[in-house]
Design a protein around this ligand. Structure first.
Ligand SMILES: [Zn+2]
Length: 105
């Protein structure tokens, strides 16, 4: 049902292909995640989004906003290889492999 909390968390992006007149729709999942630097303990919430489709090899992961003191070291379309850098100099992935192994939710 539309109107459930789950659906409300998502935004629907419609794009019209003018050459074929066909509508395509991709659903981007937007979420926030608490980041904590393993070295200095600096933490805050990051805003991020990715395409919600398990069949896609490329989830087109993007970080929309980082908390203060965190920077993008190396961007990637996968959370596990998207590298952040803390103001203390520590580099770490947006999502650790341990978190990834625990499942998506
Ligand atoms: Zn740090």
């Amino acid at each position: 049902m539309l109107g459930s909390t789950f659906v409300a968390m998502r935004s629907y992006v419609r794009a019209k292909d003018s050459s074929t007149g066909k509508s395509t729709m991709a659903i981007r999942d937007r979420f926030s995640k608490k980041l904590t630097c393993p070295q200095c303990g600096n933490s805050g919430f990051a805003e991020a989004s990715e395409i919600d489709d398990a069949k896609r090899k490329n989830p087109d992961f993007k970080v929309d906003q980082l908390p203060r003191g965190f920077f993008v070291q190396r961007s990637s379309v996968h959370q596990e290889t998207f590298m952040l850098k803390c103001e203390c100099g520590r580099k770490f992935p947006f999502r650790s492999l341990a978190e990834a192994a625990a499942g998506r939710d």
